[in-house]
Ligand binder design. Structure first.
Ligand code: ASP
Ligand code: MG
Length: 421
């Protein structure tokens, strides 16, 4: 049995959903299909949450936009306006309406998960009903009955043991008896032990596919994308990108760590642990070979990869009295970053200073700097770019640093990184 994952772009309108059907028809395998919210629904639902909690008077209007978007897709997909899916979608929205009718009593992250998770519920209900209507028999599966997590809302931690037990007990037997050969289920969402909905972090649907594949002992995972596979750079920055045909799990983890956004970094570990191959393929040309990620390292260094992170801030931290930055102050500094939830993209230290490069974030960056200022002398430089080259050589370095001022440069055997302006 195989696991497929379709992201938001692959179900962004009725034609996209029809195309998902075409892709599935090309496969005779038993399938568990993980689907994200349609198009930019997750962002739209985040606006609903923010309006609701900030009481900016726009909550109805924002929710209306999400409804209208889904209604257009429904109307395009189903000729029969009495199809039960219209009612189901309506009822799903009623759940949000109930939620927002009353004052919020719980914290932001909890409310966020209850509302934003509806995006995945809607998309899977619509796709499942559509596929059944065109003869692709499938069962809609609430993933919250399978993937169990703790109650860290918006970034829940998976209870692997319990999840595996539930999947083995509920899903495997249905495949074995051939009662079901295709399941349609949600990415991104899970359930806490208190039976509330949790989410696994933005872009978490790839990770969901990894979790399910691990627990199902799947043959392979395929992530269907609007690009031909994993490319050596984001086509946003380079015209002449090259597809990586085969890279190892380790190389994929490295690329994801440095910021390649094609697959969610957490996806690889469960697959590597059970040696389950991961394919990244195009839903536009589904018969083309995409990128294969497995144990094979032979081709890892064949093509240099470029990863750009924009809008970076370089924060330089030194002691107010010119003393060395030693282990005790480093441990305090890391504590502050962790407390403010700020991820360090690159760091460097000298005798009297420690520098950290982070994504600029309107909410967090200045607050973090203010906190650090209580104990240290702080200098910072914003509007920077962080460029990482995997498998670099001199010509690739020149290509990305031409006409730029280099503020920090770090090289290891396989990786060169530059903070440039
Ligand atoms: N819908 C969620 C998001 O946009 C999860 C995902 O697409 O992977 O973050
Ligand atoms: Mg996505």
């Amino acid at each position: 049995m195989k696991v497929f994952k379709f992201g938001g772009a692959s179900v962004k309108d009725a034609n996209a959903v029809k195309n998902v059907g075409e892709v599935i028809k090309l496969h005779q395998d038993d399938l568990v299909i993980v689907i994200s919210a349609m198009g930019k629904t997750t962002n739209a639902l985040e606006s609903v949450v923010n309006s609701y909690l900030n009481k900016d008077g726009k909550v109805e209007e924002n929710l209306q936009k999400v409804k209208a978007f889904h209604n257009v897709i429904l109307n395009d997909l189903f000729e029969d306006k009495n199809h039960p899916i219209f009612n189901e979608v309506h009822n799903t929205f009623v759940e949000i309406e109930w939620e927002i009718e009353e004052e919020a009593v719980r914290e932001y992250d909890y409310v966020y998960d209850q509302i934003v998770s509806v995006g995945e519920v809607l998309s899977t209900k619509i796709v499942s009903a559509y596929l059944n209507s065109v003869g692709i028999n499938n069962k809609w599966q609430d993933v919250r009955n399978l993937i169990q997590s703790d109650n860290t809302h918006r970034n829940a931690n998976v209870d692997w043991e319990l999840t595996e037990q539930l999947i083995q007990k509920d899903i495997i037997p249905q495949f074995n008896t051939k009662d079901q050969t295709i399941f349609i289920t949600q990415g991104f969402i899970a359930s806490s032990s208190e039976l509330f909905t949790t989410t696994l972090g933005r872009e978490g649907s790839d990770f969901s596919a990894g979790i399910l594949a691990f627990c199902l002992n799947a043959e392979s995972v395929t992530i269907w994308k609007d690009v031909p596979g994993m490319l050596n750079a984001d086509p946003k920055w380079f015209d002449d990108t090259i597809k990586l045909d085969n890279i190892s799990y380790l190389e994929a983890v490295e690329l994801a760590y440095y910021g390649a956004s094609v697959i969610h970094p957490k996806t690889i570990k469960p697959l590597q642990n059970k040696n389950i191959p991961l394919n990244v393929k195009s839903f536009v040309s589904p018969t083309n070979t995409g990128t294969l990620i497995n144990n094979e390292t032979k081709q890892d260094a064949v093509v240099p990869s470029f990863i750009f992170k924009m809008n970076q801030v370089l924060i330089s931290i030194s002691a107010k009295d010119y003393s060395f930055v030693m282990e005790d102050s480093l441990s305090h500094i890391f504590g502050v970053f962790s407390e403010f939830g700020v991820k360090i993209n690159l760091m460097q230290n000298s005798a009297i200073s420690f520098s950290a490069c982070v994504d600029f974030d309107e909410q967090k960056t200045m607050k973090l700097i203010d906190e650090l200022k209580k104990n240290y002398k702080i200098l910072y430089n914003d509007n920077l770019e962080l460029v990482t080259i995997r498998h670099y050589d001199q010509s690739t370095i020149e290509r990305v640093t031409a006409n730029k001022e280099i503020l920090v440069e770090q090289k290891s055997r396989n990786t060169a990184r530059f903070i440039v302006k």
